[in-house]
Design a protein around this ligand. Sequence first.
Ligand code: HDE
Length: 706
Amino acid sequence: MASAPGFETDQGNGGETHQHIPASGPHDDGAQHLTTNHGVRISNNQNQLKAGARGPVLLEDFVLREKIFHFDHERIPERIVHARGSAAHGTFEATDDISDITKAVLFKKGTKTPVFTRFSTVAGGAGSVDTPRDVRGFAVKFYTTEGNWDLVGNNIPVFFIQDAIKFPDLIHSVKMEAQSGYPQAASAHDTFWDFIGLMPESTHMIMWAMSDRTLPASFATMEGFGVHTFQMINEAGEIKFVKFHWKPKAGLQSTIWDETVKIAGADPDHQRRDLFERIDRGDFPTWELGLQIFDKAFADGLDYDVLDSTKLIPEEVLPVRIVGRMVLDRYPDNFFAETEQVAFLPTNIVPGIGFSNDPLLQGRLFSYLDTQNSRLGTTNFHQIPINAAKCPVMNFQRDGKMQTQIPKGRTNYEPNGLQADGEVRPGDEPGPRECPATGYKSATAFTGPDEEGEKLRVRAESFADHYSQARMFFRSLAAPEQAHLASALVFELSKVGLEHVRTRVLSNLVNVDPSLAERVADGLNMPVPAASPSAAPVRDMDPSPALRIIEGPLTPKTIEGRTIAILIADGSDADLVDTLTSDIGDAGGRPVIVAPKIGGTKMSDGSLLKADFQLAGGPSVLFDAIAVALSDDGCKMLLKEGAAVQFVMDAFGHLKAIGHTAGAKPLLDKAGVEPDEGVIALDGKGFIAAAAKRVWAREPKVRTLA
Ligand code: HDE
């Protein structure tokens, strides 16, 4: 079609003709018009501007140029660590009066503070899967009335290294190898274990990293920790020390390694999806915030240094006092604008909270500003809505790239006194002033021992014991957790090609616990070497049951928040499936229907039941327990279906409760299911109770563990 003079052709979308809208001029017709970034209405979003229908594209096509230019720059550098993450908004409420410890307003009982919380893996790139074996970041931005406070922690209470100067080495060693660019999001390779074997201070953290803690079932079922020792300061200026703990309401839950690997294939976005879906169905992820509070005398009485981030204070020695609750109830509107652009800074601190001299924390205080500048490209990253404080922000800082504010007047410095004649001319207002009474003051008293002294590049002697707490952690675990940890070490070290690297790690493990070293050596079929030299005597500390996932204080006892799949096929008993669905829902669980076809399954009463998952797209690794509710005929049909056999086989192998009808028996037999306390006929309420936990006693029957 010929275009009208002065207008581009309006032929788009398969030749459909659109109504002409002149490119300029006001048209208040109530419609939402597509515009360029500079507000000019776009008449055609389907075709470039060409000289003739088959001719060359014209350089003057500013609509095309702007659109492609913007697209070409859509990505910003991903985080060097913690690149893969997901986040949600929520509220923190102070539930206890701790004004004797801190003057921070956010901790005044009853105060509600908006938060934005981002969870992440550490080693993988932004496009990696959600479920590698990895530490999880747990970063909370509190938008308090006194400014933003960022508690940038992990799901593990200790760290790999004691001094910030080793961080680039640690991260280089764990990331994909420099030459080959693989493996992605995996610590099971030469360079990581080479570094670890040479860094005995990492041993305690390695115990955690190889435990089920790095296989969390979801973000909602992990603990969070501030890791470092922080200060709290009250109105009188008195200082206490604290360690921060987030305790999940949903309890601690982890997956089994084989299951984790399969989840990565079935749903690479498993944990971010879980976060969104929990919020969607009103099962809001919730944590209590707890503090371990202590003073200098307490710290002096410990056998380890509270400034050493490779150490924790067992809860049995110093209980955790619950002071607040965080509920995440709203997911971001836009992943990029919020989750990707959020910038956490350990230096974001509010009056009443302070830093300790932990050398790892001190390094972090220096580092994070730089990373935000390089990632977000400007010193004005604090103006991005997700980073902006929700209290007044006033100072004389000006300009910089992407300045979005338009400060008025001449007073961009302080002190200033342009209004000295008594008359304040517009634009000459004095602006904000410092406030000695309410402004942030660093505590002057003790933040750590030996604050004054010579300049030394040394590691404090009080940091020398690298094994006692690693031993304590290992010995605190339940037997299945110990077996998983030993097996994880066998798996990881089996991926290490260099024998001397494996031997070096084994000799460190001898210091942790000779029985652990033997189990791992046996799994590798290698001799147990002599213990590596230890800089300090290894002590036997009392075990801390609070560190367990299984049979610990945070082990869930009900199916609340757990997803239970009901496998059906044509002829499944409609009444049974109906009762099961409501029983699961009544007990706080989430029932989902899995069937060969998503659009509907013909039930025993002739009704059509729609499924939540098609069988091949809903493997049992995605669920916490399964009910196989098949009729004789339905079962016969599924016996020929590999996905159905695998569904049951994996549930059994992953120690899940399996409820079943009599008709489902042939499928269970084909999948190798043997009777035990978790294999239950679907004729009473027994299945719901069993679905609350895994059948740990089954594990030795289904796999060899180290
Ligand atoms: Fe981080 N860390 N880190 N880190 N970290 C970053 O900052 C760094 C450390 C943690 O969801 C980076 O914004 C140094 C310990 C979390 O956006 C970077 C050292 C702990 C997140 C950085 C540490 C953490 C980060 C990368 C050693 C647990 C993700 C992108 C001194 C207490 C925050 C960014 C989010 C992110 C540096 C050690 C937790 C490069 C130098 C210990 C949860 O600045």
